[in-house]
Design a binder for this molecule. Structure first.
Ligand code: PEP
Ligand code: MN
Length: 264
């Protein structure tokens, strides 16, 4: 069902209020790795509004490798995130980690994010097949392209056709970068599937200085959008600061992404 063989026309998701994801426009989504506080969100949202970015990312339930790392503000943080964003005309995307959260979070998200550690959480995918909100599925940490498409098939066949595929890098033998952003996946996914494809260069390379280059490369490879991490002071971010852009770097990237998209 997610295959081009079944549907030739590219899927374009309408998030409402003039925000869409899919062919015909460049979707930009930016924000911190973790939602940390009201003050932090205020600053990020002002930055996004200033630069015309209508979709914000930010985790309130964080899958951390160590149980002692910051694990997110949970539902209280999400409710504040959603209401602050709504006031500013911003849509939000945030990670859902387990089945029980789907219903709890439903009224406070615009796009559910399935993280790389949950790409093959089939119970979660089944649950998301039953909701009427868009879902972005990230490629698994060691997942193949085919496995990503199979995960999307779970949600689609469950009745939810509002899907986005995300290339966020895979684990390889390379240790010079956090992950290996597989840009090959972009044209392959675009060819195989009618679903929008988004690239996450932040997790894909994991090193702040290199994020803009990989974001631009993602657009040139044919991505329908880019999702990346930004924070007023990346050095103090609660998670993933090493791959997070400050607002100057982010503003410059947004300008360049729009330019490069026009060249396509
Ligand atoms: C994130 O988006 O902050 C995240 C945890 O991403 P991933 O699931 O790709 O590691
Ligand atoms: Mn992150």
């Amino acid at each position: 069902l997610v295959s081009r063989k079944w549907r030739v026309k590219p899927t374009v998701l309408d998030l409402g209020d003039g925000v869409s994801i899919g062919e015909g426009s460049l979707a930009l989504c930016a924000g911190p790795c973790s939602i940390e506080s009201e003050a932090q969100m205020e600053k990020v949202m002002a930055h996004l509004v200033e630069n015309g970015v209508r979709l914000m990312r930010g985790g309130v339930f964080k899958p951390r490798s160590s149980p002692y790392s910051f694990r997110g503000l949970g539902m209280d943080g999400l409710k504040l995130f959603y209401s602050m964003a709504q006031e500013r005309g911003i849509k939000i995307m945030t990670e859902v980690m387990q089945v029980s959260q789907v219903e709890e979070m439903h009224d406070f998200v615009d796009v559910f994010q399935v993280g790389a550690r949950n790409t093959q959480n089939f119970n979660l995918l089944d649950a998301l097949g039953g909701v009427d909100k868009p879902v972005m599925i990230k490629r698994g940490i060691s997942g193949t392209i085919e496995e990503l498409l199979s995960s999307a098939e779970y949600v689609f066949s469950g009745g939810n056709e509002k899907l986005i595929l995300c290339e966020r890098g895979i684990r390889t033998f390379e240790t010079a970068s956090r992950n290996t952003l597989d840009l090959n996946a972009v044209p392959i996914l675009k060819e195989k599937s009618h679903l929008p494809v988004i690239v996450d260069p932040s997790h894909g390379i994991g090193i702040r200085e290199y994020v803009p280059a990989m974001a631009l490369a993602g657009v040139l490879a044919g991505a329908d959008g880019i999702v990346y991490e930004t924070h007023e002071t990346p050095e103090t971010a609660a998670s993933d600061g090493q791959q997070t852009l400050n607002f100057d770097e982010s503003a410059k990237l947004i300008r360049n992404l729009r330019r490069v998209y026009e060249l396509r």
